[in-house]
Design a protein around this ligand. Structure first.
Ligand SMILES: *Cc1c(COP(=O)(O)O)cnc(C)c1O
Length: 403
């Protein structure tokens, strides 16, 4: 059974290690057990459906619940200072569960016009087929958000900092506006920020989404996703979107992600420390035109970053004088400390070239005004750089060899 070991007086480092992880009562194991069993043998005659378990509270089947996955959910909720969390097989499984589990045909969704590519493509291509109307707006602009709301708007979805351009949105202001105007759900994809920077529910959000594949797992070896929210909302989502859509997290991945989470506060401090030095190095580099890092004074929304982020994480973008495609080619051939690869939030530094024309064609398809705003952050393209926790000097020297 999971131990709800917790103490509100504990600091974040203690909570990241101990919440959900008491000593096992049967074996006295100090580290968490990994329970891989797909089925469980109840000690009483229990119901057959998750909708009616005849009063039985224990485990029955791993798609309904599993102790190792539950331990991880308890820890994620604790780090967000939120009532509850549900874990999924990937960040996209979590996003899909929340969108499909909360929205119905005839509902309207307002969502950032720039966000994680999978989310952007899912809401563009799938939601309209299910009868859900979608409006894409620049959520860094409160007026745009307000004018997009209609009486049918049930959800507003923001991502801050937004992939891939590091544009920020004001969670507190959007939550206040949305709830004043009767919009039921404010959702924040907080994968880039993490709970080390921002706890969106404390700022008024109703749900928080994470890709656990990124900073929370932190080691690039396990995919997972989470939805954080109020207990009653997540109970309903659990029955429909977990048990029936079936995107459950493997217990093995939950165990790996829990192990990664123990060092989460330490890693985030190290990501920020290395990233600050790398941002300064890039800003001073003659081959670099522009850097966007929320922790730098040069970020156009640095004031909002200071208000909303206690940690600036390791995510940044930079633009170069030389066309990015040719630098990317050199990166693939020459980089040693930094890997040329998608994904982010791993202990290892990762960089990837994202040309604006290509991503407009495949994913964002923005109108002229929205595209002009995107280009103020991204020009013709950005190197998305997930600064790891290596020594900053080694990361800078590696980059210097290809710039
Ligand atoms: C990676 C990512 C996702 C999707 O997560 P997966 O675990 O890859 O499915 C969603 N949102 C953001 C911001 C991401 O970076």
């Amino acid at each position: 059974m999971i131990m709800k070991e917790d103490d509100p007086r504990w600091g974040d480092r203690t909570r990241a290690i101990h919440v959900g992880e008491g000593v096992d009562e049967v074996t006295r194991a100090s580290s968490p057990n990994l329970v891989m069993s797909a089925t469980f043998s109840p000690d009483q005659v229990a119901g057959f459906s998750a909708l009616n378990r005849s009063g039985y509270e224990g485990y029955t089947y791993a798609r309904v619940s599993n102790p190792t996955v539950d331990q991880l959910a308890v820890k994620i909720a604790a780090l967000e200072c939120a009532p509850a969390a549900l874990c999924f097989a990937s960040g996209m499984a979590a996003s899909h569960a929340l969108l499909a589990g909360r929205l119905s045909s005839g509902d309207h969704l307002v969502i950032s016009d720039t966000n994680y590519v999978g989310t952007a493509e899912l809401v563009r291509d799938s939601l309209p087929r299910w009868g859900i109307e979608v409006s894409l707006v620049d959520t860094s602009d409160l007026n745009e958000v307000e004018s997009a709301f209609t009486p049918r708007t049930k959800m507003v979805w923001i991502e801050t900092p937004a992939n891939p351009i590091m544009r920020l949105s004001d969670i507190e202001a959007i939550s206040g506006l949305a709830h004043d105007l009767g919009v039921r759900d404010v959702v924040v994809d907080s994968t880039f920020a993490t709970p080390a920077a921002t706890r969106p529910m404390e700022l008024g959000a109703d749900f928080v989404v994470h890709s656990l594949t990124k900073y929370l797992g932190g080691h690039g070896d396990a995919m997972g996703g989470a939805v954080v929210g109020r207990t009653e909302d997540l109970d309903a989502l659990n029955l429909e979107a977990m048990v029936h859509y079936g995107g459950v997290l493997s217990p093995f991945n939950a165990w790996l992600i829990s192990r990664g989470l123990a060092t989460f506060p330490l890693r985030m401090a190290a990501h920020e420390e290395t990233a600050m030095q790398v941002a300064d190095f890039l800003e001073a580099h003659p081959a670099v035109v522009r850097v966007h890092y929320p922790g730098s004074k040069s970020h156009p929304q640095h004031a909002l970053a200071q208000r909303q982020m206690r940690n600036y994480s390791g995510m940044m973008t930079f633009q170069t004088r030389e066309p990015g495609g040719s630098i990317a080619k050199r990166m693939i051939e020459k980089l040693r400390v930094v890997h040329y690869a998608v994904s982010l939030g791993h202990h290892r530094s990762l960089v990837y070239w994202i040309p604006t024309d290509m991503v407009m064609d495949s994913t964002f398809r923005l109108g002229p005004n929205a595209q002009a705003r995107y280009r103020t952050f991204a020009g013709d393209g950005v190197f998305r750089f997930s600064v790891g926790i290596e020594d900053a000097d080694d990361v800078c020297a590696d980059l210097d060899s290809v710039l």
